[in-house]
Design a protein around this ligand. Structure first.
Ligand code: ADP
Length: 561
């Protein structure tokens, strides 16, 4: 029999699960042993009268008297198997196999079907006991058969009957056929029982693994009724699993009191063939609210028909709480930093503009450094605040008709001093016949400034950055910002649009920046219905390409979130 599964992680539930499996395996063994005993009744009922008739004809009275005695004993046991323990009926079964097999071999020699009784007893032992017992019995069979064979060969043993005489009788053939048919049945039945036990064990093992997952798993049948749920699902959802659950416990849309539409639950969507992931489910249980993230996946039967809706879910209350805390912290700190920073920058601007008198020449250098760094710090704080708003989907967009070529020229002007500082010049070419599109000009300027400042920052001195605006089709404009700089190393390519990522290239960090510009630019471009990508090889410069639709898909140009 397949080994009983073991799992140390959760002893309490596992011992229940294991005893459940053992119970099922025990039943299979009982059914097997009972069926063999019943099949013996057939042999006895047909075989023994035949034997008796033969004893009268052949005169082998002692042998057939023995048959009669065996027969009565076996019937007695076979009719009482229900009262016997598995141990008892299994031992008696193996004993019977040998009781029939060994005398048969002594009587008719090594060609007797008795040999097979011994061999099949090993298979039966495997089903009723274990592989170890089966192997032990196989060794015993081998030794027994060898000894008997040696006995015959050496003349120590003599055949008890004349086999020719035996074979002449039709009743002998009949007995032979019946007995061997039953043997055949025993072999098939043993294989089937073994197969059944293997299936039960495998199924049980999978069940146990899923049962003990920390993730809730809920499977619904075709009618939407709960078909299976693991321990985590039961403890998370409990009575909520049933649609007619009453009381104060309920499933709602996150942050509201509105009941979650049952047909939108991931398990139900899965039953419509959808694969989905949602994190807006909230359960109210015992007065406590818990937020869930859930996945839905359709389950198919062997015929490929949709038969189950599988939902798995986890409690993300703590994760959401921490994310909220982090966001609140970052936003508070950033806001608190921005106000004094803006005043510092304003004050420095006034000093550098000589509004409060001309500062001494020695001080100018320091003041300029202070001014540049306060500007940089303000940019970082603003980027962090923008990123936060993007993540919370709270960044405001004011769409209106914008001339992108004009915006590009404005950006060149705005970044002129930055380009000078990096000894780079911007070269604009416009081939699009019409350069207007619907966009938020401030946000679009943010994207241009970021791409252009990156291009300038990573370019060698005295090189040129080209800004090319073209029309790819009547409904789409393409802007390509190409530099002759460092290029983007392959190892960095998968991370470039992720927040706070900067390449590990030797002097990257020394060039300043936060690693937020491209993340924000990508989000803004995508909010405009566009796409951003780049073509680059390390050492060969980079081209950042933005494709922008002329019109917004939702068709309105009024402010929206
Ligand atoms: P920041 O420039 O503030 O570091 P970005 O998100 O704009 O942040 O860029 C992230 C990183 O991508 C940069 O630090 C740099 O490593 C790489 N990168 C961006 N643009 C270029 C470019 N034109 N050439 C080479 N590397 C670039």
């Amino acid at each position: 029999m397949p080994a009983t599964p073991r799992n140390e992680s959760n002893p309490a539930t596992n011992s229940v699960a294991n005893s459940d499996l053992q119970q099922q395996l025990l039943q299979i063994q009982h059914r097997f042993a009972d069926s063999i005993w019943r099949s013996f009744i057939i042999i006895i009922l047909i075989g023994v009268p035949l034997s008796v008739s033969r004893s009268l004809m052949s005169g082998w009275l002692p042998i057939y008297t023995l048959h009669l005695a065996y027969g009565l004993l076996i019937i007695l046991i076979a009719l009482n198997t229900k009262r016997l323990s598995l141990q008892m009926k299994s031992s008696l079964l193996l004993f019977t196999f040998w009781l029939i097999g060994v005398p048969g071999i002594f009587t008719f020699g090594m060609a007797s079907p008795g040999v097979w009784w011994l061999v099949v007893s090993c298979l039966v032992a495997h089903v009723l006991y274990s592989i170890k017992v089966a192997i032990g019995l196989a060794l015993l069979t081998l030794v027994t058969l060898s000894l008997i064979a040696f006995g015959f060969v050496s003349g120590l043993l003599q055949l008890q009957v004349d086999a020719n005489l035996y074979l002449q009788q039709a009743s002998s053939w009949a007995t032979y056929i019946i007995v061997n048919s039953v043997m055949f049945y025993v072999v098939i039945r043993a294989l089937l029982s073994y197969n059944e036990a293997s299936k039960v064990t495998t199924k049980h093992q999978f069940r146990q693994w899923i049962d003990d997952l920390p993730l809730g798993v809920l499977v619904r049948d075709k009618n939407g009724q709960p078909y299976y749920q693991n321990h985590a699902a039961t403890s998370m959802l409990g009575p909520l699993l049933h649609p007619d659950a009453s009381g104060n416990d309920k499933v709602v849309i996150s942050g509201t009191e509105l009941p979650y539409p049952p047909q939108d639950m991931p398990g139900m969507r899965a039953l419509r063939g959808e694969t989905c992931i949602v994190d807006d489910i909230e359960i109210i249980k015992d007065g406590q609210r818990r937020q869930l993230q859930a996945w839905g996946r359709p389950g198919y039967n062997a015929e490929g028909e949709l038969a189950y809706g599988i939902a798995s879910f986890q409690d993300i209350t703590e994760r959401k709480r921490l994310a909220l805390l982090k966001d609140q912290f970052v936003s508070t700190v950033s806001h608190e930093l921005r106000t004094p920073l803006t005043s510092i920058r304003g004050a420095l601007g006034l000093i550098l503009g000589n509004t409060v008198g001309e500062p001494p020449a020695k001080m100018m250098n320091m003041l300029q450094i202070a001014n540049q760094n306060s500007q940089r710090l303000l940019r970082i704080v603003n980027d962090i605040l923008d990123l936060q708003k993007i993540e919370a989907n709270q960044l405001e967009y004011h769409f209106q008709p914008v001339d992108l070529a004009q915006l590009l020229h404005d950006a060149v002007q705005e970044l002129a001093s930055y380009a000078d500082a990096h000894q780079v010049n911007f070269h604009v070419t416009v081939t699009a016949p019409d350069t207007t599109l619907s966009a938020d000009p401030d946000r679009m300027m943010q994207v241009l400034a970021n791409l252009m400042s990156n291009a300038a920052k990573f370019s060698p001195a005295n090189s040129s950055v080209s800004l090319h605006l073209e029309q790819t089709n009547p409904d789409q404009l393409r802007l390509t910002v190409t530099d002759q700089g460092l290029g983007i190393p392959d190892s960095f390519k998968t991370r470039i649009f992720q927040p706070f990522s900067q390449s590990d290239a030797a002097d990257n960090r020394a060039r300043g920046g936060t690693g937020l510009g491209l993340t924000i630019s990508k989000a803004i471009v995508e909010k405009h219905g566009g796409q951003i990508r780049y073509v680059s090889a390390a050492g060969e410069g980079s081209s950042f390409i933005i494709d922008l639709p002329r019109h917004q898909q939702n068709g309105h140009e009024t402010p929206h979130l």
